[in-house]
Design a protein around this ligand. Structure first.
Ligand code: ATP
Ligand code: MG
Length: 390
């Protein structure tokens, strides 16, 4: 096995957009395959052909490629000479590896200089597979498929196809900052924006020394998992404990959580501006907890009037979010025990309807700019790279 074929959906891609998309996708693929024995990428119509070295780690390469946003599916197979004999031999060998009762052959050409039509290949190869295995042809719902791609001056045959995440390649939809707690929702929110092609940096607020370091450990592990999709991820760690103490000392207890969250947003918005990031992303979902009523979401958003706040999960149900988190691989990490800074001095009955006048009165007691500055003075930034294959 020494070749991959990456397919992407072409819907909505036109003209220069398409060029930008393909270039970005090819660059991201290259980075994700670093260290797996990758040789070169060739661009075709709606697909990219990836040549690997002879002793490449094909499974690892296919797995990595299947996490690159923009890719609909990945075929893993081998390169053969672009003549009917070699193609048929190659396809037959793959098909004989595992038995099946029904099959189809699907040949496709892109930019191919080879003088064979897809139909000719389908018929010829299909007949040989039928003769060798006795299986019947089923074009609608085959148990096994021999895929054949004629690509430029070569051919690739494969049988195994892995689904990719779809979406757009990271880098085509701007840059944003996601607020990452240690919980289930925010990693899913960040992942969804990454899948729309956004380059995402992450910020986590921790309550140390009033809390233990478990939330930071969570944030690092979640970031590592997200890096397997996004490639490298920048994680900012910000201490919130001092600001939280001041809020607790001067404000009504019912407003604490809303005031913590407003503080997070302000700090995040300064950080975003410094880093040239265009919007904030949070994992809020309407009505999920007391802090996520429409009144409270509005109260939190009002703290950063000049920054766009994107909430990709706002209309999602908790079960849908959990389903996503499992698929992404963050659920296992998020559900470990950890101490979130928001539960510090959490009152028994937080307000579900923060009123703007109350919020403003409470904050009038605080020196907000100094609090933001102090928190950012404790900023620690880490870059988590996609690990090299073992
Ligand atoms: P999550 O599962 O993402 O923790 P949640 O349901 O616990 O969300 P909240 O605690 O109200 O909800 O947090 C809402 C959003 O605020 C989170 O999705 C996240 O974007 C942000 N947030 C909360 N706590 C933190 C934190 N400690 N650091 C960074 N962002 C946070
Ligand atoms: Mg949480």
């Amino acid at each position: 096995m020494d070749a991959l074929v990456a397919h992407y959906h072409e819907v909505g891609l036109k003209g220069r957009n398409r060029e930008f998309f393909e270039e970005t996708l090819a660059r991201n693929l290259k980075r994700s395959l670093r260290g797996t024995g990758y040789k070169r990428i060739r661009r075709g119509f709606g697909r990219l052909a990836i040549d690997l070295q002879e002793r490449a780690e094909v499974d690892e390469a296919a797995l990595r490629a299947s996490r690159v946003f923009g890719i609909a599916n990945i075929g893993a197979g081998k390169r053969v000479e672009p003549n009917l004999e070699a193609i048929a031999q190659g396809a037959l060998e793959l098909m004989l590896a595992e038995p099946f009762a029904s099959f189809s052959v699907r040949a496709r050409r892109s930019y191919s200089s080879v003088g064979l039509s897809s139909r000719e290949i389908n018929v010829d190869v299909g007949q040989r597979i039928k003769d060798a295995t006795g299986a019947r042809v089923d074009l609608k719902d085959p148990e096994a498929t021999a895929y054949i791609e004629l690509f430029g001056d070569s051919a690739i045959v494969y049988r195994r196809r892995i689904r990719g995440p779809g979406g757009l390649p990271v880098g085509v939809s701007g840059r944003m900052l996601a607020l990452l707690s240690g919980g289930i929702d925010s990693p899913v929110a960040a992942w969804r924006m990454m899948r729309r092609g956004t380059e995402v940096e992450l910020v986590h607020f921790h309550g140390q020394p009033f809390t233990d370091p478990s939330s930071v450990r969570q944030a690092v592990e979640l970031s590592q998992m997200l890096a397997s999709y996004h490639l490298a991820v920048t994680l900012h760690l910000v201490p919130l404990a001092d600001a939280q103490r001041e809020i607790v000392l001067s404000s009504p207890s019912g407003l604490r959580v809303v005031l913590y969250r407003r503080m997070m947003m302000r700090i995040a918005s300064v950080l975003a501006s410094d880093r040239g990031l265009q919007a904030l992303i949070t994992g809020d979902s309407l009505g999920q907890v007391a802090s996520q009523t429409i009144e409270n979401l509005q109260a939190v958003e009002a703290s950063v009037p000049s920054m766009q706040v994107i909430r990709p999960l706002v209309g999602m149900d908790k079960l849908e979010i959990i389903h996503d988190a499992r698929g992404i691989g963050t659920y296992e990490i998020s559900t470990r025990k950890h101490q979130d800074c928001c539960v510090l001095f959490e009152p028994r009955s937080p307000t579900t309807k923060a009123r703007p006048a109350e919020v403003n009165a409470a904050e009038a007691e605080l020196d907000l700019d100094t609090m933001v500055g102090k928190a950012l003075a404790g900023l620690e930034t880490r870059v988590l790279e996609l690990p090299d294959p073992a």
